[in-house]
Design a protein around this ligand. Sequence first.
Ligand SMILES: NC(=O)c1ccc[n+]([C@@H]2O[C@H](COP(=O)([O-])OP(=O)(O)OC[C@H]3O[C@@H](n4cnc5c(N)ncnc54)[C@H](O)[C@@H]3O)[C@@H](O)[C@H]2O)c1
Length: 359
Amino acid sequence: MKQLKVGVIGAGMISDFHLQSYKRNARVELVGVFDLSMERATEKAGRFGVRKVFGSLDALLEDPEIEAVSICTWNNTHAELAVRALQHDKHVLVEKPLAMGYAEALKVRDAAEGKGRVFQVGFVRRFAANSRVLKRFIDDGALGDIYYAKGTCIRRIGNPGGWFSDRSLAGGGPLIDLGVHLIDICWYLMGRPRPVRVTGRTFDPLGNRGHVENLDFYKASDYSADKNEVEDLAAAMITFENGAVLMLDVSFSLHARKNETGIRLYGTRGGAELEPELMLVSEAHNTILNIEPQIDHPTLDFDEAFAAEIDHFVACCLGDGATAAPLEDGLAVMRMLDGVYESARTGREVVFDDDPDGE
Ligand SMILES: NC(=O)c1ccc[n+]([C@@H]2O[C@H](COP(=O)([O-])OP(=O)(O)OC[C@H]3O[C@@H](n4cnc5c(N)ncnc54)[C@H](O)[C@@H]3O)[C@@H](O)[C@H]2O)c1
């Protein structure tokens, strides 16, 4: 059996999910790992049975054995590392967001052109079982025309600190970190309509709420309550060419009663909730039906979703077909994210009246 030889760049929290998924895939050989922290890379290599720990990025990229890479580093490095990996003819799976902004994402597109390599963006939600099941129902017409979607990911105290709260490394706060998933999955399930108008607002009155006691939350390894440059909350409305609308709100800090993730879509024939758990809403014989699909993972399960995402990437690299999370979708989502931040900055609606790929 042909095995795909893989290298992983960045050995932090999310790399665990990439490494364990590659390790479980019989069609993969984990060749090497590189991180700015040699100690972290060495620990991960030991834990996941990776053969080589590279001392530099160049050493990993110049290793002819490595055919594909996962990029699991800070947001500010995604585009640059993706370009460099493509220059070395590697297949690329890059964590979200694709880049810090649309202009940077275009450089990745230029580098990918004509390379004939698989380029997959880490839109892991697309591969989760609840999304896959819902997509089948949607493709079969169960919702009719989807004209309204709502994505919400509220953390009342959940600014991870570290690089996540450093604008120069993260590119923004909850919008680029969490909102990227919500925009992507709603847009994907809506059938990828062309965005035409974006209105967004961001707020930062609470900061990282570093004074709060007796309530635990995820913190980056270099957490410091003193440093925070990103928004607390972002809210947005995106209107598409077909008239459909996506509403979004995401927060790291908010006086909310509890944390909440909701992803809901409404169409002419039915509705659906992807989160907090998969549910379809329909109507038959003058009666409203709430339908609960019986599946193992009705809500996002990280292990399951990352395994499916990586298995798909590996299959594509080995020639089984085209990726379901292509570079062009990363660009489209990046453009919507940019639109929300620009609208928030200017206080005006952003209008996209051209073809995004036209330039
Ligand atoms: N898909 C998801 O649901 C999901 C969830 C969490 C994080 N992420 C994404 O994964 C990425 C990493 O997040 P994390 O939570 O693992 O952060 P982390 O801080 O735990 O790990 C990041 C690692 O990247 C390393 N690094 C940074 N720049 C590097 C470079 N140029 N070369 C080599 N190594 C470098 C750091 O030393 C660190 O070990 C982020 O882009 C984040 O948005 C995605």
